[in-house]
Each structure stands twice: as C-alpha cells, then as structure tokens.
Design a protein around this ligand. Sequence first.
Ligand code: UD2
Length: 363
Amino acid sequence: MNKLHSFAGVTGFFALVVLGLIYVYRDRDFTGLPSELNRPQPAVSAALCPAGGTSAPERAHRFSRCDVGDLLMTPGLKYEQPSTLIGRTDVNSVTNWNAPLVWEGTFDPVIMDDIYKREDPRIAVVVLAVGKYTQFLKGFLETGEKYFFVGFRLTYYIYTDNKENVPRIDMSPGHNVSIKDVPSAKRWQDVVLSKMKWAMVSIEEWLYKEADYVFMMDVDSVFRGHFGAESLGRLVAVLHRGYYRDTKRHDFPYERRRESTAYIPAEEGDYYYTAAVWGGLVDDMYKLVKKCHENSEEDAKNGLEAVWQEESHLNKYFLYNKPTKVLSPEYLWSDYEGWIPKDIKVVRISQLLKNYKEVRPNW
Ligand code: UD2
C-alpha cells in the first residue's frame, strides 16, 4: 500500500467516526442525554397540570387537575426564617408515602396563605344540617368567619330539610352561603351515609363549575384556631383524635366483616381517619365520594351497613388511595375529650358536646 492509499484510508476512517458520532449525538444536547429526556420534567405530568394562564377560566382549568402549581411567593413578604435543625420532634410530620402530616409548627401560615392566595382558589364546604342539626349552624358559621380561610373565596353549601331555621350570618368579603334542599330522614345513619351522595350530587351539579377545592364537614362543631391554605391538597384526610396514638392497626375500628365493601383485614391499614372533616380537589373528591356512595349502596343491597357508616367507607378508600396530605387531630378535636394532650398545640375545630337523644331522629 503506498502513502496516498494509507492517507485516504486513515482519512476515511476518521470521517466515518465523525459521521458516526454526529449520528449518535444528533438528538442529544450538551449533557449527552437524549434531548427528550433531558428537558426539565414538571413535578406532575403536563397532562395532569396544565401550565400557565392567569385568567379565571385558565386558573379554574388548572385547579381542576392539580393542586397549587408553582410555589410563587410575594417578594418582600415578612416571615420568620425557617430552620433546617429546629422543628417538631415530638410527632411525626411525614407519612411513609412521603405526604406531609400537618401539625402546628410544621408550616408558616403567612407563607402558605400567600402562595395559595396568589392562585385565588375557590373553596367549597359541604355541610349537612338535617332535622335538629340546624341549631349548630350559627356557631359553625360565626366561628368559621373568624378562622376559616379568611381572605379566600369560600362558599358554605348547606344541605337541609329545614331552610327556615338556617340563621343569617354576616359573611366577610368573598364568603357566601348557598342553601340546598334535602329530604328529612327517619334514621341518623341514613343522614351520615348520605354525606357521600350529597357531595357527589353537589360536585356534579355545581361544584365542577363553582369550586376548585371541596371540604366535607360535620356541623356540630366550632372553629377555635387558624384553618387555612396549609390544609389544601389533592386529597386531604384528618387523623381521628381517638386513635392517633394507637400503634396497633388491628385496634382501629375499621369495618371487619368480609361481606362489606368497606372491609379492611386486621393486618392492613395506616391510620384511622375521621369523616367529620376531609377534602381535596374537585376531581379527586368526586372519585372518592362516588366510590364510597356506590359501595354503601352495594352494602345496602346486601342488607349491610358499615360499622361507622360513611367513615368506614372513607377509611377503606384512603387505604388504597393514599391522601396527599394528612392533617393532625388539631383539625378536628372534640370537647368530649375533656383535656388536650401536649402534642395538640392548637385546636382548630372542636366537635361540640350534644345530647344525641335530643338531636337525632332515632336513638
Ligand atoms: C361520628 C363522626 C361523624 C360520622 C358519624 C358516623 C366524628 C367526630 N364524627 O360522629 O363524622 O362519621 O360518627 O356514625 O368522628 N347530621 C344531620 N342530621 C342528623 C344526623 C347527622 O345533619 O340527624 C349530620 C351533621 O352534619 C352532623 C353529621 O351528620 O354533624 C354527623 O352526625 P353526628 O354528629 O350525629 O355523628 P357523631 O357525633 O356520631
């Protein structure tokens, strides 16, 4: 082989290598990763969380699919500097599926409210006040106006068979009351089970258009402390104050009959949640209340009623559809307890003492 041939051979070889490299890297950027994979990935897929847009319909569309988007804060906002070393150590503030477990001292309400207020979400509360339970509305609404989502857009949807006994309470700007009719009931069990049905109907008829977040709440309670944006999330559960210290899951009062759709085996379960307060984004709440309503209907067809009615179905749902945020029993304490343990630094809502015999249609 002469010099000319060997030169052409070497050049050809290098040309092939260069062409090969261009071929391999043509779809990659400077990191060496295929450019498709190297694009910044949103925390939740774009299909779930549509980006951008500040108009009301754009915001509503975004909230229909995802919790608050970018965590934007107002420049210059004054709040205490956070610490990496000092925080609550007496309680667990994260679940083992990595969802926040919210206690006083694990968030700053100034930042939380600021972040969420920028998105201006519409919050709905669905409350049943059937029969004699209208007597609790005054205290519930008046104290709500002091502590509950102050400065946010909020509507209380009150379901009652007793409109004339719904008190008129002065609402702060952005807060409203909407009264809806429901039939009377002969059994209190039917009323508590029907929470799922009325929440489902409410979402289908109004809340898809009128709200971003929905809370379900029992009316026989009063607010005693701040309850704001720290409680918002896709699917939010509240620990039942009676069981949050229990360490054995088989002690939880879940439905234990296999025949019920609410059945949970003794060796399963995370926490025991209350059905007196829970919430989430409209879409997520719709899936939840529809499923729980269908399950209770199926039980009824088989002559069954879950041991703690809607609460049993709710606990079953949350076991396999984990809440994205869990609120401590600060978010539903009870005057029945008669004392407040050290780890409950603030009571935000408390269930009132009531004479069951007097207020319920049956006993
Ligand atoms: C517990 C639960 C409650 C529910 C119930 C099921 C707590 C603090 N509460 O409360 O959420 O799961 O057990 O057994 O864990 N209601 C009426 N009219 C009636 C009866 C009920 O409007 O005749 C509504 C009202 O909003 C009331 C709610 O249903 O606040 C729950 O009923 P309850 O307060 O009688 O139930 P209770 O105290 O046993």
